[in-house]
Design a protein around this ligand. Structure first.
Ligand code: KG4
Ligand code: ZN
Length: 338
């Protein structure tokens, strides 16, 4: 069964075609980074308008490159939330309308479920059950995954998401949007000389808090501004210290989650999982814990249509589908999927 996947929750238009037996057939992505960078962040109205411009041409291109036509597609999966309302509506309305025209089922996919299942697109996918760390611009979640749709929330951020902390700290350092990759690039030239806190690691539990790290970064940057002998190296050192604090904090909590659940498989996904230091810190921790670590390939860490097509295909094969309504839910706790 060929499933068309559509992702428009934020600033990337993603389209993919996934086949239930043959796997991923094609995936295309249009990034809006250049458009938003002028404004220093995502402008929701511009995002929606750009999705409108790009989505249908991308679907046509994806069908063409796959040498398929509409009649071959047997289901459509679209990101219904969480995300920006206008952006989600573009994908949802297009998916629902195409499904109606082609007389096939459509399925609303939770964006974080897409991220969570992205490692399933790789050659050596994890077996269930596993622990998943989902780190994106809007979410930081630790989830016990028992199967498709069987997600038990173990912990989450009580304030800023990890990606949000990266983006805000990057802004304070005068780096533009998108902050995460820019901060990571600067950190490569720095030394983590300043000791940032490792929030909430000194008490039991699997929740996170990243807003304190951001405040610590702000105070450190303000103090640096007053220093007449400041150098560019000092900024790189702050970036390195911040990044190390996030990486270590995530690693400590993941280790705790593995120990608490007794599981030996950790999946890490979402935009922030593209971060090299976080990857190496988790690699080191899982090796010590004799656990297996699974990442999606870099292009499937950040938003993409392939993960939505995959997640939707699994749900469609399980007999699920959406009614004729255009379903978009900007706030949608993953715990409601269980
Ligand atoms: O999953 P994603 O593409 O979109 C959301 O669902 O939010 O994640 C975007 C987030 C942004 O906060 C971005 O700054 C962060 O992922 N990000 C990174 C890196 N690449 C993307 N953060 C740290 N290091 C990176 N290399
Ligand atoms: Zn995402």
């Amino acid at each position: 069964m060929y499933v068309l996947g559509i992702e428009t929750s934020c600033d990337e238009t993603g389209v993919a075609i996934y086949h239930s037996e043959r796997g991923l057939i094609n995936h295309l992505l249009h990034s809006q980074v250049e458009m938003h960078s002028e404004y220093g962040g995502v402008v929701p109205e511009l995002a929606s308008r750009d999705h409108i411009r790009k989505l249908v041409p991308l679907i046509k291109q994806s069908l063409q490159e796959s040498q398929l036509n509409g009649a071959d597609i047997k289901g459509i999966a679209y990101t219904a939330g969480p995300g920006l309302m206008g952006a989600l509506l573009v994908g949802a309305a297009t998916a629902r309308s195409l499904a109606w025209a082609w007389q096939i089922p459509a399925i609303a996919v939770h964006h974080m479920e897409g991220h969570l299942l992205a490692p399933m697109l790789e050659g050596n996918p994890p077996e269930f059950p596993f622990v998943a760390l989902l780190i994106s611009g809007g979410h930081t979640l630790l989830v016990k995954v028992e199967g498709i749709g069987l997600y038990r929330l173990l912990g989450e951020s009580l304030d800023d998401a990890a990606g949000e902390a990266f983006d805000k700290t990057a802004k304070m350092l005068g780096l533009g949007y998108p902050g995460g990759p820019k901060l990571a690039a600067l950190a490569e030239h720095g030394e983590p000389r300043i000791k940032f806190p490792r929030p909430m690691t000194d008490r039991p539990g699997l929740d996170f808090s990243f807003s304190g790290l951001k405040t610590f970064a702000l105070n450190t940057i303000n103090a640096l501004e007053l220093n007449p002998n400041k150098t560019a190296q000092d900024r790189a050192n702050i970036a390195a210290a911040f990044q190390q604090a996030v990486a270590e904090t995530l690693s400590i909590k993941c280790k705790r989650a593995l120990q608490q659940t007794g599981l030996k498989r950790l999946v890490v996904a979402g935009g922030v999982s593209a971060n090299k230091q976080i990857r190496s810190s988790l690699t080191e921790m899982t090796a010590k814990e004799h656990a297996q670590l699974y990442f999606p390939r870099l292009e499937f860490c950040t938003d993409n249509g392939a993960m939505i097509a995959y997640a939707g295909c699994q749900r469609l094969m399980a007999g699920q589908q959406q009614g004729l309504e255009i379903f978009a839910r900007p706030r949608w706790p993953i715990s409601e999927l269980y």
